[in-house]
Design a binder for this molecule. Structure first.
Ligand code: 2AM
Ligand code: CA
Length: 265
């Protein structure tokens, strides 16, 4: 398989899609809700997903596609080559802020991440990695991640996990938040994962993410020596929603061992 050719195609399509999104800022969005009143989707999310599907099917008819908005294939396994696509990660930010969102595409072969692309459309910053060939911001290599301690770390997380919620005992989160140097919340898993990859934050966690939220970021972080698992320390399967802990080597293990052990995730 020539991953570099696939990567070149993917990058070209992501840039084209980004241009479509930038142009959409001038038009009025059609906003709908999905599973709950805060779960939003726009006509642009749908159009961008359909754009990718059309391009991929044209050039790679044998590849399969898992897309957040459901225009791809119905997948029960990750056999062969699968594109995991989130046309806009951070749709709430896209609607409210016109920033802090990204296109996220992971390309997997038999469940193993081969290419990760995250495009911060507003900043025109394309983060990408090919397994074994390094990770880049706009073609500039990103340095490998170094170990750090919780005391010197900035953690990315959503504040909803530190107040009473239906998924976890939030009391387990309090010492972690207290011991860290600081916390940040950006509202988009894809951007939070590239912030881990570039060392702008040291770890990111969430109780519930979908495969397309994480597929690209996991390839980029792992290529730089970072670690990506669920909150039980297990590998992700990229077929179902799961919790997530992504972080620098050492720090990831310390968070699991010293803070999260015994939690019901
Ligand atoms: P989205 O914008 O593509 O839906 C913070 O909200 C992050 O969690 C975003 O990356 C968002 O992706 C994702 N997210 C929001 N609601 C979710 C849900 N119910 N399941 C999985 N991921 C979700
Ligand atoms: Ca999305």
């Amino acid at each position: 398989m020539n991953w570099e050719i696939i990567d070149t195609h993917a990058k070209q399509w992501v840039k084209e899609a980004g241009e479509k999104i930038r142009l959409s800022f001038k038009s009025t969005l059609n906003i709908e809700t999905k599973s709950n009143p805060n779960d939003l989707v726009t006509n642009i999310d749908k159009e961008i997903e359909q754009f990718f599907i059309q391009k991929i099917k044209e050039v790679y008819p044998e590849h399969r596609i898992m897309g957040e908005e459901g225009f791809g294939d119905k997948l029960h396994n990750l056999d062969g080559i699968v594109w995991l696509i989130d046309p806009i990660d951070g749709t709430m930010n896209f609607i409210h802020q016109q920033r802090n969102f990204a296109i996220s595409i992971g390309i997997y072969e038999n469940g193993v991440g081969k290419i990760g692309l995250i495009y911060d459309v507003v900043h025109d910053e394309l983060y990408h990695a090919i397994r074994g060939k390094g990770a880049y911001i706009n073609e500039k290599p990103i340095p490998k991640l170094k170990e750090t301690t919780i005391k010197e770390s900035i953690l990315a997380l959503n504040a909803t996990w530190v107040v009473e919620n239906k998924r976890i005992d939030h009391n387990l989160m309090i010492p972690l938040v207290k011991d860290a140097r600081g916390t940040r919340s950006y509202g988009t898993a894809a951007i939070e994962l590239v912030f881990v990859a570039t060392g702008r934050v040291d770890a990111y966690f969430s109780m519930r993410l979908a495969p397309w939220d994480v597929a690209a970021g996991a390839v980029i972080i792992e290529e730089l020596g970072g670690v990506v698992t669920n909150l039980r320390g297990e590998k992700l399967n990229f077929l179902s929603t799961d919790s997530l802990l992504a972080g620098k080597p050492g720090l990831h293990q310390a968070i699991l061992n010293d803070y999260l052990k015994g939690g019901q995730w």
